[in-house]
Design a protein around this ligand. Sequence first.
Ligand code: PLP
Length: 357
Amino acid sequence: MKRAYNFNAGPSAMPLEVLLEAQEEFLNYQNTGMSIIEMSHRSSEYAALHAETKQLLRELMEIPEDYEIMFIQGGGSTQFLMTAANFHTKKYAAYVNTGVWAKKAMAEGKFYGEVYEAASSADKNHSYIPQEFTLRPDTSYVHLTANNTIYGTEYKDFPKFDVPVICDMSSDILSRKVNVKDFDLIYAGAQKNLGPAGVVIVIAKKSFLATAREELPTMLKYSTFANNDSLYNTPPVFAIYMVNKTLHWIKKQGGVNAIAKNNAAKAKLIYDVIDNSNGFYKGHAAPEARSNMNITFNLATPEMEKDFVAKGKAAGFVGIGGHRLVGGCRASAYNAVPLEACKALAEFMEEYMKENK
Ligand SMILES: *Cc1c(COP(=O)(O)O)cnc(C)c1O
């Protein structure tokens, strides 16, 4: 079986070993005579899987004991709403506008009070990460987007604030080491780096959770998830099961630091082609803000970009067109994308340049 060179932005490539393992046990999970998706979420088999998934996350991300780990449905987009619903309790909430996802988060924040931009990279089409931030008094929290999937920018060091920090890590969770203690709440949809769509990992400081607004519908309250071990209602069993397998896979690769090293090497292969192309390929992100997850670039004209994507597709490269809102090209090299795929893409880019210069 030939596997595609999968550079999709999300949902995206999964480790082949994880897919094979899931296939192998799909009809008969741990000799129960049924699939994991056919059994009760209150069963002992599922309970063990649920607990182990949390434990693996705690271990791999070094999540301190005073942080809660939750599994929530509704995607990253529902977290835009939930974070504001629970924590926009003062006059203002601050957002760092680093692009589309940040702005969508800010739009949800408005349902619960005033919002403002602590900083913005809009002046240069979100090609950089702002370094200066202005906070107003009476600010509930500041919301950051760790990796800007669409533009290919990523915080290298996270700024410090004296208000709670909420961070969307949907497209770079477990791609590199972060200090969980620097954040009050982290959320990440699974479908970029951790598994299939359907579950969001939420990691929140318990003392921060205690400050949440309580007069909210049940399913919008973090406390519903925190107080019931994310089992108040049926959790997305299959998605959590796949996340569990992916976490085992990350551990087998040597953990987050080994993964990060590999990610840097993968991205470098492609950035090097861009940098050595004499402007044939123009990187979108400022070099100091370059994401190792999403590599964005342009060719001379939109027509040429279309041709590049079409020829790439014919050569087996999937998902290298840019986001529909910004155009250009984008290769997403998430954790599960093998080094060989990046090598092949770098070679293809060299070839294409030679033929079209
Ligand atoms: C994909 C993405 C989202 C949206 O996630 P959904 O699960 O589709 O709602 C939010 N934030 C970032 C940074 C993303 O990359």
